[in-house]
Design a protein around this ligand. Structure first.
Ligand SMILES: [Zn+2]
Length: 232
């Protein structure tokens, strides 16, 4: 039996070898990025600019070159098939020093909420799909403290000033909760101008939150954004 199972697995492996989710290059493990894509995409680094009221902003990948395509498949094609690849990327950086530094004093994680209209259309909040399980492993509860009160247009076409106008007042507290003294981590799929996270932070601060940090799956730390306004 074991022999047959082994043989079957070898056949499967031969017919459908694990491939890099980004470039389809053959790799060792399922959902693993190939070395070239990892080199291109993975950037576990803090934003080096001050962006109040946010404290620290950490990203896992650069928003470009592959992470963009993976996230687009998830958000615009509702393709949940890319989720294991995104989770694998997170798992692989899980023990990095930057992650420990970011999470050390966090009490709760809060996803950037979608408006109900968008949620119904997509069927899921992509940020919860990406981070939910991973945060559970980190013993950090993901709480929906925020709601999106306005259905805003897709923001990628708009610049920073326009985004600020569109998003002003777009978020509210989901419940009357006392967050005094709590440190909150906002998780977001894509961070570009930071406008969305800043608006979410304002609401969390109004509930008493002490410190707000951000973990973004992909971020553009001014590498491309100013040139072509690529964004969420
Ligand atoms: Zn690759």
């Amino acid at each position: 039996m074991n022999f047959l199972r082994g043989l079957w697995q070898a056949v499967i492996y031969f017919l459908f070898p694990p491939r890099c989710p980004n470039c389809r290059e053959i790799v060792d493990e399922r959902y693993q990025l190939c070395a070239a894509c990892e080199e291109k995409i993975l950037r576990v680094d803090f934003y080096d600019r001050k962006i109040p009221p946010l404290d620290k902003v950490l990203r896992v990948t650069k928003y470009r070159d592959g992470s963009q395509e993976l996230l687009r498949k998830l958000k615009f094609d509702n393709n949940l098939g890319v989720v294991p690849a995104l989770k694998k990327i997170l798992d692989d950086v899980s023990n990095r020093e930057e992650i420990s530094k970011l999470l050390s004093d966090i009490n709760f994680a809060v996803p950037v909420p979608l408006h109900n209209e968008r949620l119904n259309e997509r069927g899921f909040n992509q940020t919860e799909k990406i981070f939910g399980e991973w945060l559970m492993k980190k013993n950090l509860p993901l709480r929906n403290f925020l709601i999106r009160t306005q259905a805003t247009p897709r923001l990628y076409k708009f610049g920073k000033a326009e985004r600020e106008k569109i998003l002003s007042g777009a978020f509210a507290a989901a419940t009357k909760i006392d967050l005094r003294g709590k440190n909150i981590l906002i998780v977001d799929d894509i961070f570009t101008t930071g406008t969305t996270c800043k608006e979410c932070a304002k609401v969390l601060k109004s509930l008493g939150a002490a410190k707000i940090s951000v973990l973004a799956f992909a971020a553009d730390f001014r590498e491309n954004f100013s040139a072509d306004k690529q964004g969420r």
